[in-house]
Design a protein around this ligand. Sequence first.
Ligand code: UGA
Ligand code: MN
Length: 244
Amino acid sequence: EPLYIITPTYRRPEQIPELTRMSHTLMLVKNVHWLVIEDAAVATKQVTRLLERTGLKFEHLTAPMPEKYKQKKGAKPRGVSNRNRGLQWIRANATDGVFYFADDDNTYDIALFDEIRKTKRVSMFPVGLCTKFGLSSPIIKNEKFVGFYDGWIAGRKFPVDMAGFAVSVKFLLQRPNASMPFKAGYEEDGFLKSLAPFEPKEIEFLADNCTRVLAWHTQTKKNEPSAPLDMKLYGETNLVKLKQ
Ligand code: UGA
Ligand code: MN
């Protein structure tokens, strides 16, 4: 059964390097279908080219953040329109398998994907380098779920990271109203709540009862875009220089 990886991405100097790294991880995984969704009005052709070179089964879609959120000061709901577009694609095209929201800048152990395939309904697992605690994870004591470890609980019913859960396609298809809210900081919680009826006691715990970290919330340092932007963005600077 296919494993759908929903990846939001957007144009910036780090975009191609992030997607290169991530694609090389996914190239080691069997039966993945990568949904790469750009927060942009028009798909970036260098991204399409990269995707074609991977040999992976993929969709390259666009879903710009609505203007009203873009103009908001402070925290923005990053990647939300992209992920909702991914859910829409799954509803229209998928019948079985599992999906996972995988941001383009995280680090994934290929063993994670074999774990995720076991998901019957909703599964969870630890994410490293996440929040001020350095880890976000369900806590299992004597084989029993006792709560969540996360540096930012914030009244959330499901205080987990985007990279810390996976959902079966069949389970989603039975919940036509499930979606991700445009609410910065509460995207995961809002989405998981929208899967109701679904309670924390029903979570399937993966990665040896949440004792193994197989995903990390790594963050790449921001780089200054310098002229000419497009060349720098897409690694063609040297090529162009050599040609001159
Ligand atoms: C934080 C949380 O730790 C994540 O669990 C959550 O997925 C994310 O915020 C979020 O806001 O959704 P953080 O590393 O700060 O993660 O966020 P980014 O990696 O900057 O963005 C999340 C995803 O959205 C990335 O895949 C990124 O490429 C994409 N994105 C970001 C856009 O599509 N548009 C943007 O303007 C910014
Ligand atoms: Mn990130």
